[in-house]
Design a protein around this ligand. Structure first.
Ligand SMILES: *Cc1c(COP(=O)(O)O)cnc(C)c1O
Length: 373
């Protein structure tokens, strides 16, 4: 059996271990410490957003953003339907009601027109949405400027879920820097990893200070443990942040490698009738995952290809199943146009890690060619 080719394997640059050694030498094993501060500074500088809080996950970052915006039971939160469940779950943690917004065809991300329709409808019913959560799927910048303008026009705060889009940009402005909040994830299969972690970013210092306080069990400034609010254990550890600091040094290199993967697949599979998630002028995608779309002329569909590639120990994955057709969110209201369901039905994510070798990529393309034509 060939060595397994993963969808998106962690890829260390080499310096990570030195940050961890330093933490051991200084006995900064416990939560917080210099690596956490360093990671926050690195991220804020990279994303060009002044304040960042390093957290235990991207999910925690979205949850804290909702808490800071005072999202409560039965409040309406409008969110991208074409996403991973972690975008929506924190809305449910607050007892609020997710309303799921479908994608537009061009970038696969939230359709600004559907968003505006939902805002108008809910406002007319006297239930003005409390927040919008916009996702840049697979690292492709969506119509964030349009969405940001709509949010401003209706005075609704915007949370930008850039969990998959660290390093992507729209008109030279980083994904994660458009919203009132930006969030990133450093989960194991994201473009860089801390073995598990996330971050919350904002222009607003008060919010990020409050996020750090809530993420460390909401301790009042007192010599004993006193609490006036419900807190959370959501901070990133100093060891994880050490991995993150090393990863930040190679982030741009890893993005370049993922973009090379995309170009390789497009060059070698484009002629076979596959379609790709394209960058419109002004968009810079980090190409976290390369996805191909099948058409009717292919001999087999995405699921059959996935199973066949699995027999060669090549991992691929269907596109995200839209949240409005997930059993757990079946009671949620939604605004759909068929785009995300269509993408889900005919797409497949190919191995996209920055550590893929040319030999592995050639093998993947060769197998796909054999199987689909
Ligand atoms: C990975 C991901 C998250 C959650 O991040 P975790 O760090 O795994 O909690 C949120 N939204 C999207 C779109 C993601 O892909």
């Amino acid at each position: 059996m060939e060595e397994r080719i993963y969808l998106s394997a962690p890829h260390m640059g080499g310096e990570e271990i030195n940050f961890i050694h330093k933490a051991f030498d200084e006995n900064w094993i416990a939560p917080l410490g210099p690596n956490v501060n360093g990671m926050e500074t690195d991220l804020a500088e990279y994303a060009k957003v002044p304040y960042a809080a390093a957290l235990s996950s991207g999910t925690a970052a979205i949850h804290l953003a909702l808490i800071l915006l005072n999202v409560q039971k039965d409040d309406i939160v409008l969110a991208s339907s074409f996403t991973f469940s972690a975008t929506i779950n924190p809305i449910a943690y607050q007892g609020a009601l997710p309303v799921l917004i479908d994608s537009e065809e061009e970038t696969w991300n939230m359709d600004p027109e559907l968003l505006e329709q939902a805002i108008k409808d809910y406002s007319a019913k006297g239930k003005k949405p409390k927040a919008v959560i916009f996702v840049h799927l697979y690292g492709m910048p969506g119509k964030i400027e349009e969405v940001s303008n709509i949010c401003k026009q209706y005075d609704i705060p915007l949370i930008e879920d850039a969990a998959e889009a660290l390093g992507a940009s729209w008109n030279n402005k980083r994904a994660g820097s458009f919203g009132d909040f930006g969030i990133f994830s450093f989960n194991g299969n994201k473009i860089i990893t801390t073995s598990g972690g996330g971050a919350l970013l904002s222009q607003n210092k008060t919010w990020i200070d409050k996020a750090r306080y809530l993420a460390t069990q909401a301790r009042d400034p007192a010599p004993y443990y006193q609490h006036s609010e419900i807190g959370y254990n959501y901070r990133m550890s100093n060891i994880s942040a050490g991995i993150g600091r090393g990863q930040m040094q190679v982030l741009d290199k890893w993005i370049a490698l993922r973009r090379e993967n995309f170009n390789f697949y497009q060059e070698n599979l484009g002629s076979l009738g596959f379609a790709f998630q394209n960058e419109r002028p002004g968009a810079f995608a980090n190409r976290w995952l390369t996805c191909v779309l099948f058409d009717e002329n292919h001999q087999i569909g995405p699921e059959e290809l996935r199973q066949n590639l699995e027999t060669f120990n090549i991992e691929t994955r269907p596109l995200w199943k839209p949240m409005h057709i997930q059993p757990v969110f079946k009671d949620c209201d939604f605004y759909v146009n068929g785009v995300s369901e269509k993408l889900f039905g005919k797409g497949l994510c190919l191995p996209s890690g920055s550590s893929l070798s040319m030999g592995q990529k050639q093998l993947i393309v060769e197998k796909i060619k054999q199987l689909v034509q």
